[in-house]
Design a protein around this ligand. Structure first.
Ligand code: NAD
Length: 352
């Protein structure tokens, strides 16, 4: 398996260094023969190539079997005409990575405020309120007068159907329960279509229990009783917000794994951003990116029918549970180690 590795900005290089060590360790232990191709994105790419991402990088990623993307300073990239392109948007759109799979679970030994739970947010990743990816070219956020902005939200039957299918297929491997999250009381047509398509797909999965919740109420429901949920399917922006909440409820945003998957490509990507407030201080939690790398290996293993990749994915999750229980982790999740030492302990545990 060939994986392109892009460390990104802020805490990206520190957390990606750990992730690379972990990938190399599981490659040795499970005989995966991973081939890692290191390149740059974000500020480093802007400096070297005049753009945060380039067409040649895209071609390289398309030819590879997977991509690991570190967090990037997207808020600082404001002008595409100057090469300041949001790398996350770029890859999600260009590779049609329509399903963003964001698991959140609690960990034995790590106190949390809500009790044990294990759920996955399945977020549509290519349209919705993300105006910057809704049309083929040009801007879909418009200054109508100097005081009026219109931002375009797009919802399509096709995207609703395929994200619903991802959610129901995932639910069949877990607790057979899908919760649809929407705002159909206000966005009647768009979210009405989203619910309709989820319900249509649900009919193909009669074993799966289905319910639905309005997004604002859902914020209260997951805080009150997250153990009631298994797979939560929702549109792009709602999923982005809800999944940061569920990651933090699990113990830390630094624990949120995130896989962006399409039909032919997948990208592991930390759920959090570049965290400039802690960058370069050896305190960032690397587990979000490490868990995302595990998800990428699992995706490849499932797609190609390769049990060793599935075992490697499982080993990464189990080592995370064990590391947290033993306190071999960063301070945000109750440990005393820095980022690099967390990585060394993790690799030792994997190879023990
Ligand atoms: P952030 O996710 O970077 O940080 C939010 C808070 O969580 C901060 O207090 C940070 O210190 C903490 N945090 C984040 N990751 C952590 C980790 N691994 N370990 C410990 N603590 C962690 O959000 P932000 O500060 O709003 O955004 C910073 C930059 O990241 C912005 O430019 C934003 O646009 C960008 N961003 C990028 C992505 C991405 O690349 N996928 C996602 C979100 C935000």
């Amino acid at each position: 398996m060939k994986i392109v590795v892009l460390p990104g900005d802020g805490i990206g290089p520190e957390t990606m260094a750990v992730t690379v060590d972990v990938l190399e360790a599981v490659s040795r232990r499970f005989g995966l023969r991973l081939e890692l191709d290191h390149d740059v994105t974000g500020h480093e790419s802007l400096k070297r190539h005049g753009a945060t991402v380039t067409q040649s990088l895209l071609q390289k990623v398309k030819a590879a079997d997977g991509l690991m993307l570190g967090p990037t300073a997207t808020y600082e990239f404001k002008d595409e005409s100057k090469g300041e392109i949001n790398p996350s948007k770029f890859f999600r759109k260009e590779l049609d990575l329509y399903a963003n799979i964001r698991p959140a679970r609690t960990y034995p030994g790590l106190p949390n405020k809500v009790g044990a739970f294990d759920l996955v947010v399945v977020r549509e990743n290519t349209e919705g309120f993300y105006a910057d990816r809704n049309i083929a070219s040009g801007g879909s956020e418009m200054l109508i007068t100097k005081d009026v902005v219109v931002s375009l939200r797009r919802i399509t039957r096709e995207c609703c159907e395929r994200i619903a299918r991802s959610a129901f297929e995932l639910a069949m491997t877990r607790g057979k329960h899908v919760s649809i999250v929407h705002k159909a009381n206000v966005l009647r047509i768009g979210d009405g279509m989203f619910i309709d398509m989820c319900q249509a797909v649900a009919r193909e999965f009669p074993e799966v229990r289905v319910d639905d919740f309005i997004v604002d109420a859902m914020m209260a429901h997951v805080v009150r009783a997250p153990e009631r949920y298994d797979v939560i399917v929702t549109t792009n922006m709602f999923g982005d917000i809800l999944s940061d909440l569920t990651a933090e409820l699990s113990g830390s945003l630094g624990l949120g794994g995130s896989l962006n998957a399409g039909r032919d490509h997948a990208m592991g990507q930390a759920q959090h951003g570049s965290a400039p407030d802690i960058a370069g201080r050896d305190v960032a939690n690397p587990f979000s990116l490490v868990l995302s790398a595990g998800q990428l290996l699992g995706w490849h293993g499932q797609r190609k029918g390769l049990p060793d990749f599935l075992r490697a994915a499982q080993a990464i999750e189990e080592a995370t549970v064990a590391a947290i229980a033993a306190g071999d982790c960063t301070r945000d999740v109750g440990g005393k180690l820095g980022t690099a030492a967390t990585g060394r302990a993790f690799v030792q545990r994997l190879l023990a």
